[in-house]
Write a protein that binds this ligand. Structure first.
Ligand SMILES: *Cc1c(COP(=O)(O)O)cnc(C)c1O
Length: 439
């Protein structure tokens, strides 16, 4: 029989002990053996996030009037983000629950702007093939047609293809800084120039790079222009809960001016419950996420972010060099920061991923081309040498003809051989049904 609510409760200590025991099969991110999902800046930061989140766990960002504290924190977080991204005082934004919500809000704003200002009734969204699926999700939710432009051989979007696909219905052109799959920043300046020429809204998805690239640049890295310094960039999404090291549930979406942001807002004056005004997708907005983001930015300051960016860049350089030295493996393109992918012309990288799984590493699998993915954080400084040794041993074993342990290679091989990926959708729906079966 499926689980029901217990008739009587138990003391907090007992419940918490059970809760902690549930961690047993979770990804071991503290050991630095996972490469996405968790961005940890150390125990002191984790404790601060818990304390700050706890302090505002009950407060609700839906009503900045009731909670001027949250309003103040949100405005300060947005201001700090805008300044990092070289926006002038006119830049306006809001916090959201994450990259997906930031992206959805920007697409919604561009759609409504397109309708109100340009009279577009059949909106199209023009994105690189490497774009994060949150854009496909936004298009799906908001009745927008999404068009994917192909990548060039350097894994950046092909600007000529974007130009070819532009139509009078294009509400928004997007580039990523950097895209999740290969970490190579799209040619933002060229895309923005093209968008400006055609009077189209340009969005930069900096969910990954927004709180990393500014520090990489200060550390002397060659970072191609991507932020509000580029004329024509209208909006930017940037995740605090990634390289901003905030608690989960925190991102910002920024607009060059409040006039663009207005198309994000939702108001309804016809409700019995009173006047309703909501800045973003969520109704109730957790105060804890806002407070934790505010706290970590004040705790780390520029110096703290620089220190972590330096560590990530050093680990990344060492890992990329080490991977290039392993026979058969190659880093894809010329990734700019701590996210990159590697593939092979001779080995089955999915089998390599399974062999690494067996040694406790969790590397994301990618397709077109087949690749494994690394998202480097400060947690990887202490394990990068072991990682490279394990990778070299696993690659060596495969080259020598030893079979890989059982894993997801067969499934990825099967999916890779299917030309029409929409056929895979039913399989994915079954997968989700299975995941959320009642227990
Ligand atoms: C993570 C990510 C997103 C989506 O962010 P969520 O917080 O997972 O919703 C969008 N774009 C890029 C490039 C990302 O890395």
């Amino acid at each position: 029989m499926a689980k029901t609510l217990p008739l009587t409760g138990r003391p907090p200590g007992e419940v918490l002990a059970d809760l902690k025991a549930l961690h047993v099969d979770d990804a071991k991110w503290r050991d630095g053996r996972t490469f996405s999902l968790v961005y940890n800046a150390g125990d002191e930061v984790s404790q601060l996030l818990k304390d700050a989140y706890g302090e505002f766990i009950a407060e609700n960002g839906l009503s900045p009037v009731a909670f001027p504290s949250l309003r103040r924190m949100e405005c300060e977080v947005v201001s700090m983000a805008a300044a990092l991204m070289h926006g002038d005082d006119g830049v306006a934004g809001t916090m959201t629950s994450g990259g997906t919500e930031s992206i959805m809000m920007a697409v919604k704003a561009a759609r409504d702007f397109g309708r109100a200002v340009r009279g577009i009734e059949r909106p199209e969204l023009l994105v690189p093939a490497s774009i994060h699926p949150a854009f496909d999700k936004a298009a799906h939710y908001f009745g927008v047609r999404i068009v994917h432009a192909r990548l060039g051989p350097d894994f950046r979007v092909d600007v000529a293809d974007v130009e070819r696909l532009l139509t009078a219905n294009t509400i928004m052109v997007v580039g990523s800084a950097p895209p999740y799959p290969h970490g190579v920043i799209d040619p933002i300046a060229e895309l923005a120039a093209l968008a400006t020429k055609h009077g189209v809204w340009m969005h930069v998805d900096a969910c990954l790079g927004g709180f990393f690239l500014p520090f990489a640049e200060r550390l002397g890295r060659a970072v191609p222009p991507w932020d509000f310094r580029v004329p024509g960039v209208v909006s930017i999404s940037a995740d605090l809960h990634k390289y901003g090291y905030a608690a989960k549930g925190a991102s910002v979406v920024l607009y060059r001016s409040a006039a663009f942001r207005r198309h994000q807002f939702f108001t309804w004056a016809g409700w019995n419950g009173g006047l309703y005004a909501s800045p973003s997708f969520c109704g109730t907005r957790p105060g804890g996420a806002i407070a934790a983001a505010w706290a970590v930015m004040h705790h780390l300051g520029e110096a703290g972010y620089l220190e972590r960016a330096r560590s990530v860049l050093e680990s990344t350089d060492a890992m990329k060099r080490g991977i290039a030295d392993i026979p058969g493996l190659k880093v894809l393109g010329a990734p700019h920061v701590g996210v990159f992918a590697f593939g092979s012309d001779t080995l089955n990288v999915y089998e390599l991923g399974d062999a690494m799984d067996a040694r406790g590493w969790k590397l994301d699998r990618q397709m077109d081309p087949p690749a494994l993915h690394c998202m480097v954080t400060p947690a990887h400084a202490k394990v990068r040498d072991v990682f490279l040794r394990d990778l070299a041993e696993c690659a060596g074993a495969l080259t020598a003809g030893h079979p890989a342990p059982e894993g997801s290679a067969a499934m990825y091989g099967m999916v890779g051989s299917i030309g029409d990926r929409s056929q895979v959708n039913d399989f994915l729906l079954d997968f989700l049904d299975g995941l959320f079966e009642r227990v």
